[in-house]
Design a protein around this ligand. Structure first.
Ligand SMILES: Cc1cc2nc3c(=O)[nH]c(=O)nc-3n(C[C@H](O)[C@H](O)[C@H](O)COP(=O)(O)O)c2cc1C
Length: 196
């Protein structure tokens, strides 16, 4: 349903060296959903906001998440050998911000349930995906954790979106180009900014 319209063609960078800012700008043009990924670490739990979540394989069912090696959550992926992904729904920006900030008790006052692997699941998420880690690939300053799905739950609803560093939502009036009401409405991106 979301549709991103650009008036100008993509321009190559002037310098062959790719700066972090260049990459952030380019990758920021790739609209994503937002997830909270949780792990067990010792006697407690850790969690982080991640939009690098990707479906990898249907058979076997594999997904991956790319994790900054400086993240406090990182150690838990190896320690517990498992992770759980909660796909955030529209209106869950506060949870995204909470889990994107290091160094505090992120689970305080949050009514998480425990999934099949004993990992916390964020309430009212659109999907809960629990995985066992089957591979870890070092990739620059991140580690790609590939997980085999052991449990899935899905509920209907609208997703929280992230694009160009802003939280967005699907436009209820939006639709695929040339289909239904969307073809008769004013041109637009099909996604709306909620806040940053
Ligand atoms: C929308 C959004 C998406 C993010 N996606 C990722 C990601 O895919 N991988 C990652 O390592 N950090 C990602 N981050 C940053 C982490 O959430 C952030 O570094 C967090 O502080 C990590 O917490 P921790 O240090 O307690 O593990 C994202 C942040 C936001 C706001």
């Amino acid at each position: 349903m979301a549709q991103v319209v650009s008036d100008t063609p993509a321009q190559p960078t002037a310098s062959p060296a790719v700066t972090p800012l260049d990459l952030r700008r380019a990758a920021g043009q790739f609209a994503t959903g937002v997830t909270v990924v949780t792990v067990r670490d010792g006697d407690g739990f850790r969690g982080m906001t991640a939009n690098s979540f990707t479906s990898v394989s249907l058979d076997p069912p594999l997904v991956l998440v790319s994790v900054d090696r400086r993240s406090e959550t990182q150690a838990g992926f190896r320690a517990s050998g498992a992770f759980a992904v909660s796909v955030l729904a529209e209106g869950q920006e506060e949870l995204s911000r909470r889990f994107a900030a290091s160094g505090h008790e992120k689970f305080a006052d949050l009514a998480t349930s425990l999934g099949a692997l004993g990992l916390p699941l964020v309430p009212n998420a659109l999907a809960h995906i629990e995985c066992r880690v089957v591979a870890a690939h070092e990739a620059g300053d991140h580690t790609l954790y590939v997980g085999e799905i052991v449990s899935l739950a899905v509920r209907p609803g609208r997703p929280l979106l992230y694009h160009q560093g802003l939280y967005r939502r699907l436009d209820p009036q939006g639709g695929p180009p040339g289909a239904g009401a969307g073809s008769h409405t004013a041109p637009g991106s099909g996604i709306k900014t909620r806040s940053d």
